[in-house]
Write a protein that binds this ligand. Structure first.
Ligand SMILES: Nc1ncnc2c1ncn2[C@@H]1O[C@H](COP(=O)(O)OP(=O)(O)O)[C@@H](O)[C@H]1O
Ligand SMILES: N[C@@H](CCOP(=O)(O)O)C(=O)O
Length: 357
């Protein structure tokens, strides 16, 4: 075969949905796409690591996304997968065109999507057909260490994710610093083989989703890096707050799967005391927004939460999407924050699409 071309399509995601911190993920209908061409008719390549990257989409004008395959998150993740399988670089001559509409650092899983797409890129470029979706999840978890976003982006739909106990040796392997897992950004290839992931790090379960429920994402124009939004969280919690979240997480999957949806139950099930209250320090207006709108005051609304680590707000609703979005936008405006919004639906997981021959 002289050439191979395929597209990797990965959805964005909204993690937590209120109480499900680091557990619940929802894949949504905005997609990162990698259009990949491997031209094997070339004998050699003058591209670094045999890979040329082009990019369009979020962050394109600011130059936030590197086109160097040794720096770009997607290609570094693919190289991690390749190097675990004794392939040091991409096949000659690989072109990856990245189309990315997912806003960066807004809580819609842009990095989770990049990691999942990167793992699939490594699999396809390395012809690693033996890697099952469950094994690909292990690779994702060596990089993005909370399973909610990557679980949703890989498997699709509304998912609960969880980690099973590993042996102490395997736990140590999952805790190896990221700098030793991913190839050093822009660094020289030392020829070292990176750590293979232990088997069965993470698992998922799919929950039903009532077809009437849509997701309104209100996206502020400023970024909150996920690492920063995790750093403001405490290491210990008051027991009543933990109990509060446990009670709500028990309700959430049942409430969102039930048709017709019960607004009062969903509103209750989306409350959180483990991460949103702490993140208000980074997101002006967050508490007021989450507390001020209810299904009683706002027809069509089911519940409001922070999307992932924020600053995006996710409102689940069955109707009046414009009005709900504009109400939240007006509340952010009082804090001098400008937003746009999107109406999204649950999405399928990552697909690799090849044109019919
Ligand atoms: N398509 C992409 N290509 C390369 N890097 C990406 C891409 N999407 C996200 N990233 C990286 O992930 C960072 C955002 O990750 P993070 O702070 O976790 O926010 P998010 O909530 O959007 O996942 C970006 O600043 C960028 O470094
Ligand atoms: N559970 C994580 C989810 C982070 O999601 P992101 O989309 O903001 O990367 C958290 O809340 O920190």
């Amino acid at each position: 075969m002289a050439s191979d071309s395929f597209t990797i399509k990965t959805p964005c995601s909204s993690a937590n949905i209120g109480p499900g911190f680091d557990v619940i993920g929802l894949a949504l209908s905005m997609y990162l796409e990698l259009q990949v061409t491997i031209d094997t008719s070339e004998a050699t390549s003058d591209q670094p690591l045999n890979c040329r990257i082009t990019y369009e989409g979020e962050g394109e004008d600011s130059g936030d996304i590197s086109l160097d395959p040794a720096v770009n998150l997607i290609t570094r993740v693919a190289l991690y997968v390749l190097r675990c399988h004794d392939q040091r670089s991409f096949p000659v001559e690989t072109h990856v065109h990245i189309k990315n509409p997912i806003p960066l650092g807004r809580g819609l899983g842009s990095s989770g999507a990049a990691v999942v797409a990167g793992v699939l890129l490594g699999k396809e470029c390395g012809r690693l057909d033996h890697l099952t979706p469950e094994r690909l999840f292990d690779f994702c978890l060596m990089i993005e260490r909370h399973p909610d976003n990557v679980g949703a982006a890989l498997f699709g739909g509304f998912v609960g994710t969880y980690l099973k106990p590993l042996t102490p040796e395997d736990v140590a392997r999952t805790e190896i610093p990221l700098s030793e897992v991913l190839p050093p950004a822009g660094g020289v290839d030392t020829g070292m083989k990176p750590p293979n992931p232990p088997h069965g790090i993470g698992h998922h379960i799919k929950f039903p989703w009532a077809a009437e429920i849509k997701a309104v994402a209100i996206i502020p124009e400023f970024e909150v890096p996920t690492a920063k939004a995790r750093a403001v969280l405490p290491s210990h919690y008051p027991r009543p707050d933990v109990t509060f979240n446990l009670q709500r997480i028990t309700l959430l999957p049942a409430a969102l799967g039930q048709s017709p949806p019960d607004p009062e139950l969903i509103y209750l099930a989306m409350q959180d005391k483990l991460h949103q209250p702490y993140r208000q320090t980074l997101i002006p207006g967050l508490t007021e927004i989450v507390e001020s709108m209810t299904p009683v005051t706002q027809p069509g609304l089911l519940g409001v939460c922070l999307s992932g680590a924020g600053p995006t707000i996710l409102a689940l609703a069955t109707s009046n999407f414009d009005e709900i979005a504009n109400n939240i936008i007006a509340r952010f405006k009082k804090q001098n924050i400008v937003c746009n919004w999107k109406l999204l639906e649950p999405a399928e997981g990552t697909q690799v699409i090849r044109a019919q021959q």
